[in-house]
Design a protein around this ligand. Structure first.
Ligand SMILES: [Ca+2]
Ligand SMILES: [Ca+2]
Ligand SMILES: [Ca+2]
Length: 361
């Protein structure tokens, strides 16, 4: 009976969870809450969330000194807490993204409460900000422990033989992870259950051929216990991040003040290359030790306003003989990292002086 209600419920909830659709830009650095001090980013909804100390009810926190216990008091609604992973996104991040949450599976409780279930979904948005689809772990109790599988529907059937169910017989923290990937322009979601030793104990891949990345699929939506019968469930370490770290595009000027940017590959001198600051990016964030320009590390660097816009730029000099530039190259690229580890990249045109001319013929 309650399962029947659940199906309609999830559809309604998926619609009502849509509000405050914040768009997460390229500068977004992801989301993490280890529940050490607060519930930031989580919403209790029809349940309650309580931060408890490690050791509460015999459960050591997955990390740190604290974790959270979810208690769903409104048993007639059968739905629980949710997070927006730091904000909904209508932008597909190049390279894809992941979400993950640690959930404690207590085998002793399971075997004495057979037939209970929770479903945990991480959903994806469309480019217009609307809901697109849920990816749901369905986890149930058996007389041996837990059985689980994955689908797009809730309540799912944890032991569904058509969905490669996985059994867990050992109590502990398990990471429920969703990898949202672009495979030939179709969203492909790899759902993994990982034990505390890092072993993948269950893995399911869900994909719908109509979920076209380039035209339909946006970024993350909610993480949500869309169905929960457990009177108490411990969670820790909620995280969203990128499968491929984002790269900041920076403005690069080879030979500031001159155009075209002629390089004589026979030269025994240096080539000046500037990272130009802008209102969006301060070149002082760049760690000079990480900078490479076509295979060469800088021999020196200094701050200066090379384009006279009133904002200090970062000017590097590279030995021409160390550049891995070919005679027919038409542009050259500088790469590096900011001091907080974000990759940067920028290119400018080059005009390679013909060898003949370089020799003075
Ligand atoms: Ca913690
Ligand atoms: Ca130039
Ligand atoms: Ca400047």
């Amino acid at each position: 009976m309650k399962r029947f209600f659940g199906i309609a419920l999830v559809i309604m909830m998926a619609a009502s969870l849509f509000f405050a659709a914040a768009s997460v830009g390229a500068e977004d650095s992801g989301y993490f809450n280890g529940f050490e001090t607060d519930l930031d980013g989580w919403y209790e909804y029809n349940s309650e969330m309580t931060i408890v100390s490690s050791g509460h009810n015999g459960i050591t926190s997955a990390d740190g000194d604290n974790h959270v216990v979810i208690t769903p008091p409104m048993y007639d609604t059968w739905t629980g807490v949710f997070t927006r992973w730091g904000g909904y996104s209508s932008v597909w991040p190049e390279g894809g993204f992941y979400t993950e949450l640690d959930i404690y599976l207590d085998v002793e409780y399971a075997t004495s409460n057979v037939g209970q279930q929770f479903d945990f979904t991480s959903a994806v948005s469309k480019k217009d900000g609307d809901f697109r689809r849920d990816y749901i772990f369905s986890v149930g109790t058996t007389d041996e422990g837990f059985v689980m599988s994955a689908s797009n529907n809730s309540p799912g059937w944890p032991a569904n033989p058509g969905r490669n169910p996985v059994n867990i017989y050992t109590s502990g923290w398990y990471t429920f992870r969703h990898n949202f990937r672009d495979v030939a322009d179709v969203l492909t979601v790899e759902m993994e259950v990982i034990d505390s030793n890092g072993n993948v104990v269950g893995s399911w891949t869900l994909s719908d051929p109509t979920d076209i990345i380039s035209t339909i699929i946006g970024g993350n939506r909610y993480g949500w216990f869309c169905f929960i019968e457990f009177p108490e469930l411990a969670i820790d370490n909620a995280e969203r991040g990128y499968l491929v770290p984002p790269v900041i595009d920076v403005d690069v000027d080879i030979k500031p003040g001159s155009q075209p940017n002629s390089i004589n590959l026979k030269s025994r001198g240096v080539v000046p290359v500037a990272i130009l600051s802008s209102v969006d990016f301060d070149a002082a964030q760049v760690d000079p030790a990480t900078v490479l320009f076509e295979g060469a590390s800088p021999v020196r660097w200094a701050f200066g306003d090379v384009n006279e816009d009133g904002i200090l730029d970062l000017l590097f000099h590279f030995k021409t003989q160390e550049l891995e530039i070919l005679e027919d190259d038409v542009d050259a690229t500088l790469t590096g990292e900011t001091f907080d580890g974000t990759s940067i990249e920028g290119s400018d045109s080059v005009n390679i002086v013909p060898i003949g001319k370089a020799k003075g013929h």
